[in-house]
Design a binder for this molecule. Sequence first.
Ligand code: R5P
Length: 292
Amino acid sequence: MIVSGSTSQSLAAALAAELGEPLGAVEQTAFPDGESKFALAPPANKSFADVDRAVIVASTTTAEAHLEVLQLQDAAREADINEVVTVLPYMGYGRQDRAFEAGEPVTARAIAQALSAGTDRILTVTPHEPDVCEFFDPPATAVDAEALLAEPLQTTPDPTLADPLFLSPDAGAIEIAETVRDAYGAGAVDHFEKTRNSGTDVSIEPGGADVADRDVVVVDDIVATGSTMSESIGVLQDRGVDRVFVACVHPLLARDARSKLARAGVEAIVATDTIERTVSTVSAAPAIAEEL
Ligand code: R5P
């Protein structure tokens, strides 16, 4: 049985279809003081005794979403379901994977520990650092979804991409750019150098590739405030680029990120449904299903 958290309803439905597993029902209400209340029900015409495993699918993009996963895990345990698998298509706080300054928590570890108690297995899609899986107690798997981004880049641009360059905004994301290029089947790869000055301010130093009159796909794991991508697009435009496409696994698109990218002149954004936004046209379901 697939159990959808409120943040991942389209992806949970796609995963249910991909696996041929039914969707359980989740009823959400609230106590008078505002505390959330959930009730899990088995799929139509089944009882919990017929259900071997519950696959909870929920991106933890908010504090409420974290709490919801804990509650759904516990509901599955209460229903005596044999195996509880937790799929975090996007793991919130995954970027706080170390104490960057004295006195800071390793929030990814704290969250992972909390989510470990109610599950037998964890899957998370393209975590910022795969090592985050080690913070969980049960076996945890990092699912790679980036190759799926190639398909719309092959089929939707009109005209099709000409001699594309797949570019990551920093050296850390170059493997993602290489994976997308390999799945696309052609093109060069390069990376910029990024310096983060603050949460919303980044500086980008160009790489060596010639981008003049070329189509460039800027590839990253996450677009959060859009600062990294809009700075990258600006640098590319200064260097005479033709069209710039943005490809990312997790379109967090916080605050005014979408407008920022539009103002910067992005041609199109290609992203997966690990975070459900209007740009999430690629489903990560096939990649997750393979690991289930
Ligand atoms: C961080 O290194 C990530 O890979 C992304 O580059 C970052 O999360 C993007 O953030 P923003 O959109 O706020 O610049």
